[in-house]
Design a protein around this ligand. Structure first.
Ligand code: C5P
Length: 417
C-alpha cells in the first residue's frame, strides 16, 4: 500500500514498552511507525529496561525516552500530564501481565500506569507473555475488565515461545502492529471527514498576500497581490473542518471567520512564521502568497535623501518559502500556486517538480478577467505523479468557488495518499 507520510506527521504515538522478551521487537516497531510518518515517544517500565536499553529507543525515535514518574529533570521536560495530553494513541507493546493487572486495577505507581489514568487518548495493548501466564484466570479477568473500560486488545499470536513453550502469547510482528495503527488513523480520518467535513482534524497553514521589502523606513518594494485567493481558501478550509492559520502579508482584508491570523511583512518574516507553524503541527501547507523574489541588501536606517539622477539599490534573493517547507523532514502536504503570463501549464508543471510540491494550481495572469485583483479566477490543478490523479481544469468562477474546488482537490489527493 502506498502512503504519504505527511498524513500522519501530526499524529503522536506513545509506544510503551514493558518487561518481556518481545521488547526487542518494539525497537523495529519504532522504525515502522516512523516510516509511516508518526511522531513517536517511548515510555519504558523498569522491567523493559532489563531487556533493552532506553538508548536504543532514543536513537530510533529521535526523542528522549521516558522512564521515571518522579524525576524532576523528566518532569521539567515533558511531564506525565503533558505526555498524556501529547498522545493521540498509546500503544503498549509488549504489554506484560503485570502492566495489564495494574491498568485493570487503576494503580499509579510508575510512569506508565499513571499515564494510563491521565490520558484521554485511546490505549492499545499488545500482550506478550508465556502461554500459561496468558491463559491464567487473573490475566483473562483483567483483560476483560480493560476491554469493558474501552481499551483495545490486540490478540497475541500462537507459536513457539522464547521460553520453549508453544501456545498463545507471541506479540504480533512490528510490521503488522504498525499497519494496524496507520489503518486506524486512516479510518478515523475518513469517519471524521464524513461527519465534520473534507479536512476535519487537519491543521492547515496558508500564506497569503504580498510581502513588503523595506528600502528605508518609509519606502518598500512590493507587488499587486491582494490576498483574496488565500483568504478565500482559508475560509473554505475552515468550513471543511480544518484548523486554519493564515500567515498574511500586508493586505486590507478582514480575517475570515474561525481563522487564526498571523500578520507579517517581509518574506523573511513569512518564512520564520511558516517554520514556527510547521513545528506546531501542519498537515497541509498552502502557499498563495506573492512573495517578493528579492529584498534590499542593506535597509537604510534613515530616509534616503534625493541626490543625483540615479540610485543604486543592491538586492538579495529571498528564500523560497514553499520550497523550504517542502524540504523539511516531516513535511506537510504541499500546495503551491503559479501565476504566469505565458506557457502557463508548462511552467507550473516544472515548479511542481522543482519545489517538490504535492499539488500546484496555476492561472494565466495575463488575462485581465482573472487573477490578482479580480474577484474571479480560473485555474488548472496538477498533482505530483505518485498520486496518479489527472490534471483538473477549474472553470472561471468566484474565488470562493475556486477555493472550494481546491479544497476538494486537496482532500482527494490526501485520500489517494
Ligand atoms: O517561483 P514562483 O514565485 O512562481 O512560485 C510560486 C509559488 O511559490 C507560490 O505558491 C508562492 O507562494 C511560492 N513562493 C514562496 N516563496 C517564494 C516565492 C514563491 O513560497 N520566495
Amino acid at each position: 500500500m502506498s502512503f504519504d507520510v505527511s498524513v500522519f506527521s501530526n499524529k503522536n504515538i506513545i509506544l510503551a514498552v514493558t518487561g518481556g522478551i518481545a521488547a526487542y521487537k518494539s525497537a523495529i516497531l519504532v522504525r515502522r511507525l516512523k516510516d509511516y510518518g508518526f511522531n513517536v515517544r517511548v515510555v519504558m517500565t523498569q522491567g523493559a529496561q532489563a531487556f533493552i536499553t532506553p538508548l536504543t529507543f532514543q536513537a530510533l525515535s529521535g526523542n528522549s525516552v521516558h522512564t521515571e514518574l518522579l524525576d524532576t529533570a523528566a518532569e521539567a521536560g515533558m511531564g506525565h500530564i503533558e505526555l498524556a495530553r501529547w498522545a493521540d494513541l498509546i500503544l503498549v507493546a509488549p504489554a506484560s501481565c503485570n502492566t495489564i493487572a495494574k491498568f485493570a486495577n487503576g494503580l499509579a505507581d510508575d510512569l506508565l500506569s499513571t499515564l494510563f489514568l491521565a490520558t484521554k487518548a485511546p490505549v492499545w495493548l499488545a500482550p506478550a507473555m508465556n502461554q500459561q501466564m496468558w491463559a491464567a484466570k487473573a490475566t483473562q479477568r483483567n483483560l476483560q475488565t480493560l476491554v469493558e473500560d474501552g481499551v483495545h486488545v490486540i490478540m497475541p499470536s500462537s507459536g513457539s515461545q522464547a521460553c520453549g513453550d508453544v501456545g498463545l502469547g507471541r506479540m504480533p510482528e512490528p510490521e503488522e502492529l504498525a499497519e494496524q495503527v496507520q489503518l486506524y488513523f486512516h479510518q478515523t480520518q475518513r469517519a471524521l471527514a464524513e461527519k465534520f467535513g473534507l479536512l476535519a482534524g487537519k491543521r492547515v497553514v496558508i500564506t497569503a498576500g504580498p510581502t513588503r521589502e523595506a528600502i528605508d523606513p518609509v519606502r518598500y518594494i512590493s507587488n499587486h497581490s491582494t490576498g483574496k485567493m488565500g483568504f478565500a481558501l482559508a475560509s473554505a478550509c475552515y468550513t471543511a473542518g480544518a484548523k486554519v492559520i493564515l500567515i498574511a502579508g500586508p493586505v486590507s482584508l478582514d480575517t475570515p471567520n474561525g481563522v487564526q491570523r498571523k500578520n507579517v511583512s517581509s518574506a523573511v518574516q513569512m518564512l520564520e512564521q511558516s517554520m514556527q507553524q510547521l513545528h506546531e503541527g501542519c498537515d497541509v501547507f498552502i502557499a498563495t502568497a506573492a512573495v517578493a523574489d528579492y529584498r534590499v541588501a542593506q535597509v537604510a536606517e534613515h530616509k534616503i535623501k534625493k541626490a543625483g539622477d540615479e540610485l543604486q539599490v543592491e538586492l538579495l534573493k529571498n528564500p523560497d518559502i514553499v520550497a523550504t517547507i517542502a524540504q523539511q523532514p516531516q513535511r506537510p502536504f504541499m500546495v503551491g500556486f503559479a501565476a504566469e503570463t505565458q506557457n502557463v501549464e508548462q511552467y507550473a508543471a516544472g515548479k511542481l517538480v522543482a519545489k517538490k510540491l504535492d499539488m500546484i494550481a496555476c492561472n494565466d495572469v495575463s488575462r485581465s478577467d482573472i487573477g490578482f485583483a479580480s474577484d474571479e479566477n480560473a485555474m488548472t490543478v496538477f498533482f505530483a505523479e505518485h498520486y496518479g490523479l489527472e490534471k483538473r481544469d477549474l472553470e472561471k468562477a468566484s474565488k470562493q468557488e475556486i477555493a472550494q474546488q481546491l479544497v476538494e482537490a486537496i482532500a482527494d489527493a490526501l485520500h489517494h495518499a
